[in-house]
Design a protein around this ligand. Structure first.
Ligand SMILES: Nc1ncnc2c1ncn2[C@@H]1O[C@H](COP(=O)(O)OP(=O)(O)O)[C@@H](O)[C@H]1O
Ligand SMILES: [Mg+2]
Length: 277
């Protein structure tokens, strides 16, 4: 979704018995065929988000690439068939299960053959961070890290834990976008370590050029989650990322300045420093 949402959100959810289900269904049926697959809209003063199923592109190839990456980074080979990205029905089932267990995820209001309509849960953390001063930014990132540790301590995995898949509503962090299937294909500590890598990789650009802040945040996560399994999986990732750190001096200056390379190097430093702290 590209439009900027208003910073306010509603104080409470529409009560279920008053849900305008007919209107929501009509909206789903009338959705013009465009490339957009997620859309926010208002009905009677309430904001909703609608997602439509999209044909998975290169799903088989991406699953194999994902399995090879897991083997390289964590030393574990997941069945590529189980790693395939799930559909909107898989996402709806995960949202319902997590919500039943008290987790902050959108409420699913409507599920049709091709559409999901769920609760609007505020701006993404990524978007909010763009408008913050450095000190406030670090405070929010600390909350993100604590939230991830608590989510993991409760025995869950996200699969798409980047900042763009976290939102804030009424001062609470919400998790969205549950199409990924990694937790079905990997042991829990590895799926959780994968969440950690995604979260910290997406944080790199918000650390104000201070990688030590990232290291402190990872140490904070590890102290809170208290999981030898996750620490072990991150240790395996550290050994793999160490190769990147070792070849850094030989990378040309231009390559080193490249955005992706810089982010990968920053992540490698954070994982190494956070585990050693
Ligand atoms: N429940 C929601 N509340 C607020 N914004 C949402 C919600 N669901 C999706 N969005 C917005 O739509 C974007 C795309 O939705 P997402 O479920 O992450 O799909 P995608 O698979 O395209 O990343 C999110 O990054 C966020 O900006
Ligand atoms: Mg997303």
């Amino acid at each position: 979704m590209s439009s900027l949402y208003p910073l306010h959100s509603y104080d409470c959810e529409p009560p279920c018995e008053h849900l305008p289900l007919r209107t929501l269904r009509e909206r789903a049926e009338q959705w013009p065929s465009s490339r957009v697959s997620v859309q926010a809209f208002d009905v009677d003063g309430w904001r909703y988000v609608m997602k439509r199923s999209r044909p998975p592109r290169w799903a088989g190839l991406r699953a194999w690439a994902g399995a090879l990456s897991c083997l390289a980074v964590f030393g574990v080979w997941p069945a590529p068939g189980r790693l395939r990205v799930g559909d909107i029905h898989h996402e709806a089932a995960r949202l319902r299960a997590l919500r039943e267990q008290g987790q902050a995820v959108p409420r699913v209001y409507l599920e049709t053959g091709n559409h999901l309509v769920f609760e609007y849960c505020g701006l993404t953390v990524e978007r909010i961070l763009e408008h913050m001063r450095p000190a406030a930014r670090l405070a929010l990132l600390s909350r993100v890290v604590d939230d991830l540790a608590d989510f993991h301590r409760a025995g869950h995995w996200h699969g798409g834990a980047q900042l763009r898949n976290l939102t804030m509503m009424h001062g609470r962090i919400y998790r969205i976008d549950f199409e990924e299937n990694v937790g079905a294909a990997l042991p829990l500590p590895i799926a959780q370590a994968y969440d950690v890598l995604l979260t910290f990789h997406s944080m790199v650009d918000h650390l104000g050029g201070d990688p030590a802040a990232g290291t402190r945040l990872l140490a904070r996560y590890l102290a809170r989650v208290q999981s030898p399994g996750v620490a072990g999986a991150l240790g395996a990732a550290d050994r793999w990322l160490g190769r990147l750190r070792r070849i850094e001096p030989w990378l040309g200056a231009r390559l080193r300045r490249g955005h992706d390379v810089r982010r990968a190097l920053a992540l490698a430093g954070i994982v190494h420093g956070g585990l050693a702290a």
